[in-house]
Design a protein around this ligand. Sequence first.
Ligand code: G3H
Ligand code: 13P
Ligand code: ZN
Length: 311
Amino acid sequence: MALVTTEEMFKKAYSGGYAIGAFNVNNMEIIQGITEAAKEVNAPLILQVSAGARKYANHTYLVKLVEAAVLETGLPIALHLDHGDSYELCKSCIDGGFTSVMIDGSHYSFKENIELTKKVVDYAHEKGVVVEGELGRLAGIEDAVNVSDKDASYTRPEEVEEFVSKTGVDSLAIAIGTSHGAYKFKPGQKPQLRMDILDEVAKRLPGFPIVLHGASSVIPEFVDMINKYGGKMPDAIGIPEDMLREAARKAVCKINIDSDLRLAMTGTIRKYFAEHPEHFDPRQYLGPARLSIKELVKNKIVNVLGCNNKA
Ligand code: G3H
Ligand code: 13P
Ligand code: ZN
């Protein structure tokens, strides 16, 4: 089995009322933890690579590690570029073996976003690769994504039909109140998502796969673990799991998760060193970190995404 695109996965997810997990990968242990979990519960997967991940780990290493995961698991796995910010970056990933790319033109004007996205779609489709576009801007800060609260904006449902028909994108990321990183809501603020916008988008684009970025739940167990073992994270609030389940039952077919993986890995490694200060073999602390990613992903697949037994 080779890497697949998201086409089949999204068709089945839309009609089945579930979502596929799109997990960010940066190294071997993360890829192994995610794919071992998916294997155990027989789930399709999207493994996504950001520009920062590609810079950190190198394009070829990541592609080969993901290909190894396909060989090991036999699962349908798509390799996706997360937040591609230029035609050149998308082209390089398409030429280099990715089966899906995101062109994130959300910081451009509507017209410029259409032009850039269409250019990527034209090239990608010629090569059998699928494309995710974005309308609306999520708040939050990560390596390559930095949008302040005041620059964030919800997706305007009245724009989606024109965007999809003029660009030819295969899926669309929308902004309904999620945001990137661990600090999605202000301390004391009640998490809320604009499900009304999602419903309106779905009405205008029947059967069309919608993507939710910034969808980590910021699992308190791992934030507490980080702080218990020497970390200093302020109050962090994520997206409640029941809201993600609701979105997955609607038109959302892809749910992006990165921060939860980071928290699980870091919490586990901090705990390990607190309990074994004399150890220095990386396998001793990366092994438990990989295992905690595996457990986290299994729980997401079964209890949040609902894509277990859908491979
Ligand atoms: O949405 C962004 C992803 O979490 C990737 O983050 O750019 O720090 O690798 P990164
Ligand atoms: P989180 O920061 O909520 O994990 O979102 C990740 C994401 O959207 C990657 O594109
Ligand atoms: Zn994102």
